[in-house]
Write a protein that binds this ligand. Structure first.
Ligand SMILES: *Cc1c(COP(=O)(O)O)cnc(C)c1O
Length: 391
């Protein structure tokens, strides 16, 4: 075939068949690999010849996952890690040094905040947390020591949107790197590297797996920025298990379809919630009334599966509403076929002070939904009985 395959096809057809001519991809559950001779071993160890050595470094199934994800993110190179957090740690350990400064969005995953605020600060790396959408605040906080800018867009759980191209411009004014955590959109909906970001990271645990089974992470970017991360895997060891890699590589074949369905379902639920008399406000970036809608429309191909809503009441009522839910799962995970419901103020964002919660819009009556792949009418029916019962 002369025509370049589309991305949709490319992901499905990226595969290196073995001598057994299997149709589906095999899983290489092996910790090490065999050499033809002592000389062959020496030459692969010295990296004079390509070859697999040991699954802490590389593994064919893990490579399948990274190759497919790199294709989707339009990245030159990538690494896979045991979790999303170890993907972030790999970036920090290899691209930061003591004395460096980081700017991180205030509205990032709670543990990301903890990594910068509690752990890296002990190693001489200091971080300022900045409001996601306030580009001037990011510019003002930049210094000659700033090496890395970190953000998630759309944010969790309110769906605030940052202009990735603008943020890349700001980072590059000082030769800093822009890192986007692309967990919520996945490359099916947003490709940050094409918009100017230097690195993309994933918690593959979420939509890339998509069925709540495995932990995993990944980093994608230029070969130059990824090469040191390969070394990190070797010396620090947070390798992705080949089993998890197999699950996730197969899941990537359906990622685009799943993200479209998550987005469609979330929009239906958001539109229904918006009309409900017990609902004060709905935060879903797919609604034209959301402040980030226009920008998201330009830089994303759809709006994703996460939304939040405030019920007209207090914390006690928000909890009571959740307790009346029959089908949806009360669990912090997201990016699953099963819809999940959570109360950010007392779980994912519980560690923030009251002032920080207020700044980030995490009110006591806020409920988050990560819309799964059930029939949206059944999700709506469950919410309806739970909201209608409240007085
Ligand atoms: C879950 C999550 C992480 C952490 O990923 P793990 O796989 O749980 O380590 C990082 N960023 C975002 C946005 C997440 O949702």
């Amino acid at each position: 075939m002369s025509k370049k395959l589309s991305r949709t096809t490319g992901v499905i057809r990226t595969q290196k068949r073995t001598e057994f001519a299997e149709h589906s991809e095999p899983m290489f559950l092996t910790s090490s690999f065999v050499f033809e001779s002592a000389e062959h071993a020496a030459s692969v160890f010295a990296r004079e010849q390509e070859g697999f050595v040991y699954s802490r470094y590389t593994n064919p199934t893990v490579d399948l996952f990274t190759d497919r994800l790199a294709l989707m993110e339009d990245a030159e190179a990538g690494i896979a890690t045991a979790s999303g957090m170890s993907a972030l740690l790999a970036i920090c350990m290899m691209h930061l040094n003591p004395g460096d400064h980081v700017l991180c969005s205030r509205d990032v995953f709670g543990t990301t905040r903890g990594l910068f605020g509690n752990l890296l600060s002990r190693f001489g790396i200091d971080t300022n947390f900045v409001p996601l959408c306030d580009a001037d605040a990011w510019r003002e906080r930049l210094s000659d020591r700033t090496r890395l800018l970190v953000l998630e867009t759309p944010s969790n759980p309110l769906g605030d949107v940052a202009d990735i191209a603008l943020m890349a411009e700001i980072a590059h004014e000082r030769d800093a790197l822009l890192l986007i955590d692309n967990c919520f959109c996945t490359p099916a909906l947003q490709q940050p590297l094409a918009l100017g970001a230097d690195l993309v990271m994933h918690s593959a645990t979420k939509y890339l797996d998509g069925q709540g089974r495995c932990l995993g992470g990944a980093v994608l970017g230029s070969a130059e920025l990824i090469a040191p991360l390969d070394d990190f895997l070797r010396v620090a060891g947070p390798a992705l298990s080949p089993f998890n890699a197999w699950v996730m590589a197969k899941s990537l074949e359906t990622l685009e379809l799943r993200m479209q369905a998550h987005s469609r379902g979330a929009l239906q639920v958001a539109e229904w919630l918006q009309e409900h008399p017990r609902v004060e406000q709905v935060h879903y970036v797919g609604l034209p009334t959301h402040p980030g809608h226009g920008l998201a429309k330009r830089q994303q191909s759809d709006f994703g599966g996460v939304l939040a809503f405030e019920i007209k009441s207090t914390l006690e009522d928000a909890w009571a509403c959740m307790d009346r839910i029959k089908m949806l799962s009360i669990t912090p995970n997201l990016g699953d076929t099963k819809t999940t419901i959570g109360h950010p103020a007392s779980t994912t964002h519980a560690r923030l002070s009251d002032d920080e919660k207020l700044e980030s819009g995490i009110k006591p009556n806020l409920i988050r939904l990560a819309v799964g792949l059930e029939d949206p009418q059944d999700i709506i029916a469950d919410l309806a009985q739970s909201l209608d019962d409240s007085d």
